[in-house]
Design a protein around this ligand. Structure first.
Ligand code: IMP
Length: 168
């Protein structure tokens, strides 16, 4: 494993993202939608640095399974418990890779008529994109490496690492 982003670097960037998002949502209540499991640490840090009032809910989507290969298919393993209709919704994701997962979630939530729908992803592997999807806020653009830590796993391991590492 090799360090890609230190804990300090991540914390500084998350603070800057929270500041920007808080400004954009100023005076509005936001429903944070965390994509389990990978986004849970990012969401916890981001939410604690945001100033607008927030509510939280989670979805779980089937993506990589336990290996490092995407199946290309997405489905809800767990849907929201809250209605998004008429609400300002911010989807919080750990990483955009092919874009298939976020595009699917975005379209499914958009169909439920939120007042606004935005997406923040901590990491973006733009060169891997297979569909035309771009998050509204991105923490870091990264190259085509498989990464772990800060919520991201490989076979359920390494989620608790405070930094982000590339895995060989
Ligand atoms: P996409 O649908 O290809 O964009 O994949 C998104 C999902 O794949 C993310 O939510 C992650 O769970 C997983 N994923 C993609 N790249 C990585 C990686 O480098 N490390 C760990 N998980 C990843």
């Amino acid at each position: 494993m090799k360090i890609l982003l230190s804990e300090k670097k991540i914390q500084l960037r998350v603070r800057a993202l929270a500041r920007q998002i808080s400004k954009d949502f100023s005076g509005k209540e936001v429903l944070l939608v965390g994509v389990l499991k990978g986004a849970f640490i990012f969401m916890a840090d981001l939410a604690r640095k945001m100033t607008p009032p927030v509510k939280m809910d989670f979805v779980r989507l089937a993506s990589y399974g336990s290996g490092t290969q995407s199946s290309g298919k997405v489905k809800f393993l767990k849907d929201l418990e809250t209605s998004v209709q008429g609400k300002n919704v911010l989807i919080i994701e750990d990483i955009v890779d092919t874009g298939i997962t976020l595009q699917y979630l975005y379209q499914r939530l958009q169909a439920r008529k939120p007042r606004s729908l935005k997406v923040v992803a901590l990491l973006d592997k733009m060169e891997r994109r297979k569909v035309n999807f771009q998050p509204d806020y991105v923490g870091f653009q990264i190259k085509d490496h498989f990464v772990v830590g800060y919520g991201l796993d490989c076979g359920e391991k390494y989620r608790n690492l405070p930094g982000i590492y590339t895995l060989k």
